[in-house]
Design a protein around this ligand. Structure first.
Ligand SMILES: [Zn+2]
Length: 241
């Protein structure tokens, strides 16, 4: 006689997320979380004390935690389309990035504020393409990306209208946009004051996923210089046998 065994109930929640997220979470539980249990307990009890805040792009290929090889709790990150900082505008609109800045600077007392743009940014590319097409219609009120991207108009005005070769123009615009965002940070009165008194340092960075080159804004010249070129060259060296 065969026993009538009822089927095991499906694990609750397991089907509520895509399978690769479920397996990723399980791998986190049995790997990193298990081996760093004390560290996580400390983070939970002591709270976060990141010294660095990064304003990055939503682009899935540009994760600040991966690029800077940091752990949970080390950097305070806000990501938006194209890593833009709006100017200080105390009105009744909903200001997500400004709220994150206020929390990071005034609440967490962040010491370094990094605006990190990147190569092949869809937002920047879209702005350039729209600019290149004189037959584009004006923005509609429901075009959130278009409205958001209008933040780089001052940067675009500095370097001129879109032109060929487009890839070069998009890169030039991305770099100019980082300079603009850093300038916009200084329109927040508390950031300006804290920077002037030496409590906060502002930085610009530009990452290219194709070759892992990270360029840093030199405030003395407003030009970008590659970070750690020696280590970069060594990392790309062909192994010798
Ligand atoms: Zn982007």
């Amino acid at each position: 006689m065969t026993e009538n065994i009822p089927p095991l109930p499906a694990e609750p929640g397991r089907t509520l997320l895509p399978p690769h997220l479920v397996s990723g979470y399980e791998s986190f539980l049995t790997g990193r979380f298990k081996s760093e249990r004390d560290h996580y307990r400390h983070l939970a009890e002591a709270g976060q004390k990141p010294r660095v805040m990064i304003i990055g792009c939503c682009d899935s290929r540009v994760s600040p935690e991966v690029i800077f090889d940091v752990d949970h709790g080390e950097i305070f990150v806000v990501r938006n389309v194209a890593a833009l900082v709006p100017p200080y505008r105390p009105d009744n609109d909903l200001h997500g990035t400004s709220a994150a800045l206020e929390f990071g600077i005034m609440g967490l007392r962040i010491e370094h504020l990094v605006v990190m743009g990147h190569a092949r940014c869809g937002g920047i590319k879209n702005f350039a393409q729209v600019d290149a097409d004189p037959y584009q219609r004006p923005l509609s009120s429901g075009d959130f990306i278009g409205k958001w991207m209008s933040l780089i108009e001052p940067a675009a005005a500095r370097i001129g209208h879109a032109r060929e070769p487009m890839a070069n123009y998009v890169e030039e615009l991305a770099l100019a946009s980082i300079v603009q965002s850093v300038a916009n940070l200084r329109t927040f009165p508390w950031i300006k004051t804290l920077e002037e008194r030496g409590f906060v340092k502002l930085h610009g960075a530009y990452f290219d996923i194709s070759n892992a080159v990270l360029q840093i804004l030199d405030p003395a010249t407003d030009r970008f210089v590659p970070l750690s070129p020696q280590v970069h060259a060594e990392a790309f060296e062909e192994p010798r046998f």
